[in-house]
Design a binder for this molecule. Structure first.
Ligand SMILES: *Cc1c(COP(=O)(O)O)cnc(C)c1O
Length: 239
């Protein structure tokens, strides 16, 4: 895998797609999803200028994060059980997958103890997919209302993993719906900064469509690091 070359191709695609649709490429953040890849892969990406990474297992992330300085940002993009909230509160710069009150409450409690604040996104199950986590779109407002009093959490916007579609145009509708929901919530002043709220959407195969529909954070794994090994253990086959 040529991580450096892949990153350069994706960064070029981000700039081109943004410019084609009159968006400022600087407003789009690339999260390199390094889950199940080795620390050496992250180091290689950092050497090519990448500073944000995404992980989806707390245990695996804890080991990895310890290798890097504070200028390298880690986003959590997996499902968090409430009993792992303490660890998550300590480890991550952003938690993209807050989808219920109990989790927000547990995070806030631990953040108070360690005197820390973090950025969060609300994960929305935009396609009403019974197999996916995330708050249902019609419940997002209520969840944000409940989270606002938690002063250790900065709700910056929304995140989604849309239902899998073979047709990118069907995915586009989900991305658009997330943006419209975000706009409605921002109009009600429910985010930390309602002038510029974040929309985390788009992965390796559909990040261009996501940018066209207003993504400010894209989460790209395979197109940077190649196919994921089944496990993180040393000696695991990586391609
Ligand atoms: C794994 C993962 C990604 C990256 O997917 P790729 O198809 O490898 O780019 C993005 N978002 C989430 C939530 C993930 O779990």
């Amino acid at each position: 895998m040529n991580i450096s070359k892949n990153l350069s191709l994706i960064n070029t695609a981000i700039i081109e797609t943004a410019q084609m649709h009159s968006k400022d490429p600087a407003t789009i953040k690339l999260v390199a999803v390094s889950k199940r890849h080795q620390v050496t892969a992250i180091t290689e990406a950092i050497d090519s200028g990448q500073t944000r990474f995404g992980e989806n297992y707390i245990q695996e992330a804890a080991e990895k994060v310890s290798h890097f300085q504070d200028n390298i940002k880690f986003h959590f993009i997996g499902h968090i059980q409430s009993n792992k909230a303490k660890q998550a509160a300590e480890l991550f710069d952003m938690i993209e997958t807050v989808d219920r009150f109990k989790l927000a409450k547990a995070l806030n409690k631990h953040l108070e103890k360690i005197d820390r604040k973090i950025d969060i996104l609300i994960q929305v199950n935009i396609g009403n997919d019974p197999n996916k986590s995330g708050v249902l779109p019609e419940k997002a407002e209520e969840l944000l209302q409940l989270i606002i009093p938690f002063k250790r959490l900065r709700p910056l916007g929304l995140m989604t993993i849309p239902p899998f579609e073979t047709d990118n145009e069907k995915t586009r509708v989900h991305f658009r719906n997330l943006r419209l929901l975000g706009k409605r919530l921002a109009d009600q002043q429910l985010f930390y900064n309602n002038d510029i709220f974040e929309l985390s959407m788009g992965m390796s195969h559909d990040f261009k469509v996501a940018i066209e529909e207003g993504a400010t954070i894209i989460r790209v794994g395979t197109a940077i690091f190649g196919a994921r090994p089944d496990t993180i253990h040393k000696g695991a086959k990586t391609c």
